[in-house]
Write a protein of this length. Structure first.
Length: 133
């Protein structure tokens, strides 16, 4: 039990150090964001919120008044269009909450199946716009 608690605390320290580093740099995106098309939302504590945009590293949704910056949250991510049918639980950390209630969060822990689906989604999106990079 002690070892598990130590590992969790260490993982949290590393995650927050990375998050702090990400938040202190200028507004360069680590991964390009895409506005979803189709039936797309996140669900938090039984409440649905519109998914405004997302990337391989995080998501932007809301408006939501249930979270604060640095909070670890557990979401249901649903993105359904002609290319994918994503419906997975996701752990994320809130990076910011804008005055209008829009929430920016970074993925914290991701199911390997979800990661494959996200990569498939973004590969399809790049093909649609002719981006081969």
């Amino acid at each position: 039990e002690h070892l598990r608690r130590w590992a969790t605390e260490r993982q949290d320290r590393v995650m927050f150090a990375k998050l702090k580093q990400m938040l202190t740099v200028d507004d360069r995106r680590i991964a390009p964001r895409v506005e979803p098309v189709g039936d797309c939302f996140v669900e938090l504590d039984g409440h649905r919120f519109a998914l405004k945009n997302w990337s391989l590293t995080g998501l932007f949704f809301g408006p939501c008044d249930l979270v604060v910056p640095k909070q670890k949250i557990y979401l249901r991510l649903c993105v359904k269009d002609e290319a994918v049918d994503i419906d997975f639980p996701v752990e994320a950390v809130v990076a910011r909450v804008q005055p209008d209630g829009m929430v920016g969060a970074f993925f914290y822990s991701m199911n390997p199946g979800l990661k494959k689906q996200i990569i498939k989604y973004f590969t399809h999106q790049r093909e649609l716009v002719g981006d081969e990079n």
